[in-house]
Design a protein around this ligand. Structure first.
Ligand code: AMP
Ligand code: MG
Length: 415
């Protein structure tokens, strides 16, 4: 993929891109990983399915009881209220019963196969048992409390499409049809480094002017949550040579190189020049806050995403831009994370840029109320850690208490 300066979005370098334009430009020509591997179901969590799964069996494979109770024939319902039905057998889950004769019934448990001769299950709560005879005074429909064969899945059904992320439910579903191995795309390798002479690792004493490198840890976690294999190249000083060296090292090992910081146009921002020396780069200024500068380019076949330096901007630009890009590279079928309307409990005014306000939700009767964190600066990482998600305030608009606003939950976007 290459976004060149002749792209309509970039005809005027002074123009700021909208969030949508930046996403569209990013996603235009993503090259997904093609290599696949076969992994056991136990090792498949969060991997992306490369081949659809069709079911070799019906699930359930036999009519079975949905409840603990008694398997009966509806023809005998009248009898059950008077003389009762003879309880002639007991069928726990995992065993097969014998045919139920007229006037008889079988004690049965949830999941056990319905025996021949029975066509309904009467739940134990409405029954009385005396001298091995069953009495109930209840009407009963044919097939009542019976889960029929194939109720969930029929032989040949496609149960999971290629491009699906295998999470808990998908793994359970694959197991339910007896699949023990799945074809998945190989893990996406993402090389990361943080730029900045001021950065030092947590655990070290701070010298004057230093700050701890927090982006490294949030980038790692965000990528791991996306199922990426992270190649962590650590912290890189603000110099052309060191930045160039790290970029080359990343491009040699990874499918994507992602950095934080150094993408503004100050004298200490070396990402642009270093990347241009080994590949091509576009510096984007996006009409949003936090997170205005974003760099996107490539070194040969390996794409590059340069996130801003401020920790809050890293988080927000990762969610909005890097995440969908990574998902496309991983071979995931496109899916928009959910956002939904909530009620604001704060005032906010966005000027020419779209703003992403960090908020926490609180329930008030049937309404969800969004409270904003008091300080919304792009350096205030506490605003992210405190929050449940972002409220999007579009360009040149304002929010007043009581307004309905668009909420982007971290549970959807940062998982
Ligand atoms: P930059 O884009 O490199 O000018 O960085 C913008 C701001 O983010 C500066 O205040 C940096 O000190 C800060 N910053 C950059 N990288 C990191 C990092 N890895 N962890 C914490 N803060 C950072
Ligand atoms: Mg810097």
């Amino acid at each position: 993929m290459s976004v060149t300066v002749s792209d309509p979005c970039f005809t005027n370098a002074a123009d700021l891109l909208s969030v949508e334009q930046a996403i569209a430009a990013l996603l235009k020509n993503v090259e997904p990983v093609r290599e696949t591997e076969t992994v056991t179901l136990s090792n498949a969590h969060n991997r992306v399915l490369a081949t659809e799964i069709t079911s070799p069996i019906d699930v359930p494979g036999f009519d079975n009881s949905a409840m603990d109770g008694y398997a009966v024939h509806t023809r005998d319902v009248g009898l059950s209220a008077q003389d009762g039905l003879a309880i002639t057998q007991r069928i726990p889950a995992g065993s097969m019963g014998d045919e139920v004769e007229p006037g008889c019934c079988a004690r049965i448990f949830t999941g056990a196969p319905i025996p021949e001769g029975a066509n309904a299950v009467v739940i134990q709560e409405v029954c009385r048992v005396e001298n091995d005879r069953l009495f109930f005074d209840q009407s009963l429909c044919e097939q009542e409390n019976i889960r029929p064969r194939g109720n969930d899945i029929s032989v040949g059904n496609t149960i999971l499409e290629s491009g699906t992320v295998l999470r808990a439910a998908q793994l359970g579903l694959a197991a339910s049809v007896g699949v023990d191995k799945v074809d998945v795309f190989r893990e996406l390798k993402v090389a990361i480094f943080s730029t900045g002479d001021e950065l030092i690792e947590p655990g070290q004493p701070l010298a004057p002017g230093q700050i701890y490198n927090s982006n490294r840890y949030q980038m790692r976690a965000l990528l791991e949550a996306q199922g990426c294999a992270v190649i962590d190249l650590g912290t890189v000083p603000d110099s052309f040579d060191a930045t160039q060296k790290a970029l080359i090292e990343g491009a040699e090992q990874a499918d994507l190189v992602m950095t934080s910081g150094g993408v503004s146009v100050g004298e200490e921002d070396h990402v642009k020049a270093a990347l241009e020396s080994v590949g091509e780069l576009n510096m984007w200024r996006i009409r949003m806050k936090p997170g205005k500068p974003l760099a996107f380019g490539r070194m040969g076949d390996v794409p590059f995403i340069g996130l801003p330096g401020n920790p809050v901007s890293v988080f927000v630009t990762f969610l909005l831009f890097a995440r969908p890009y990574i998902q496309a590279q991983q071979g995931q079928s496109a899916s928009e994370p959910w956002s939904y309307p909530v009620q604001a409990n704060f005032s906010y005014r966005a000027k020419q840029r779209r703003e992403y306000v960090r908020v926490r939700l609180r329930r008030d009767d049937d309404k969800l109320i969004a409270e904003s964190f008091a300080r919304q600066g792009s350096d205030v990482m506490r605003s992210v850690a405190w929050s449940d998600g972002l409220v999007e305030v579009t360009e040149d608009s304002s929010v007043a208490p009581g307004d309905t606003v668009c909420f982007l939950p971290f549970s959807e976007w940062a998982r």
